[in-house]
Design a protein around this ligand. Sequence first.
Ligand SMILES: [Zn+2]
Ligand SMILES: [Zn+2]
Length: 371
Amino acid sequence: MIVIDLRQENGGHRRRQNLAFLREQNDGKLMAKKMRAVQVSRAGGPLELVERDIPEPQAEWVRVKVDACGICHSDTLVKDGLWPGIQYPRVPGHEVIGVVDAVGERVKPWKKGQRVGVGWHGGNCGYCDHCRRGDFFACTVALLTTGISFDGGYAEYMVAPAQALALVPDELSAVDSAPLMCAGVTTFNALRNSGARGGDVVAVLGIGGLGHLGVQYAAKMGFKTVAIARGKDKEAFAKELGAHHYIDSQASDPAAELNKLGGAKVVIATVTHAGAMTAVLGGLAPNGVLMVIGAAGPLSVDPILLITGSRSVEGWYSGTAIDSQDTLSFSALSGVHSMNEVFPLERAAEAYERMMSGKARFRVVLDISRK
Ligand SMILES: [Zn+2]
Ligand SMILES: [Zn+2]
């Protein structure tokens, strides 16, 4: 295996030569079995472009020829070794869109040639107590996470459990769909499980990678949609996304502003600052729910607010394969789009840094077929 460090600034031409050389070394048959992948070989190590054998799918798994893969903040779990027990080398990537390329034994009903997505939830046992109750995300026996338990989508090919596949509608492109496999399903699924009904006041706190999708989904689901962010400059954009109201949390008290609208039935908190979440709690209507999907530090909650209004704070995990499929289908139906910055696979390290900078508008996607 040849490892090429993408951090080297002036090595681009040499790298291409090396890869070309490698390919020439193989005869036609061997060459067809190689692929490019970007891996992390140790905790805290760089993203490295490597040539690997194209993997074969085991029973109940499929091989996917990857067209696009989103870069998610959770990929830091792989890059920085924050996931307990993670084994290296590991190819990150859990926002994968591609085409079924080969199927293992006992795979039903997937067929070669179908367009599929693979998201965070890579599989579960199906027979532990949590699985038997339908809480697949909490499986205690064989919970698989794409790009962590097995290699993900920063590669030309990957293998995945058939259980992890979502069908991709024809009208969605691979690059458009990729972020919907994590950022999309997380916001869509949180909203549709929030208890809000058509016409209810639903606020989305934060307009970033998650929030810009959350505002669109909330509006398309028929909620009276309120976007909350810092600064007057984001108002026009929030309204373009479909928000009916905009609250500038720097210029006003977001809780007071929500109360002027009758209080929020649901606030979906996409921000990573706990203080910003605390600041909206007083704007929840009676029985209102703060749904937390942004990974923030410890959250301060006034119990009096919870008690007097029967309000609650809850978290929401992302979703399983069928939730991702529903997300893609709803997005195609209603015209919800992720705004993406697109990079080729070779520039994965640069793309990852762009995601980490927090400056990307709004998701970063690897277009694997692009050179
Ligand atoms: Zn993710
Ligand atoms: Zn289980």
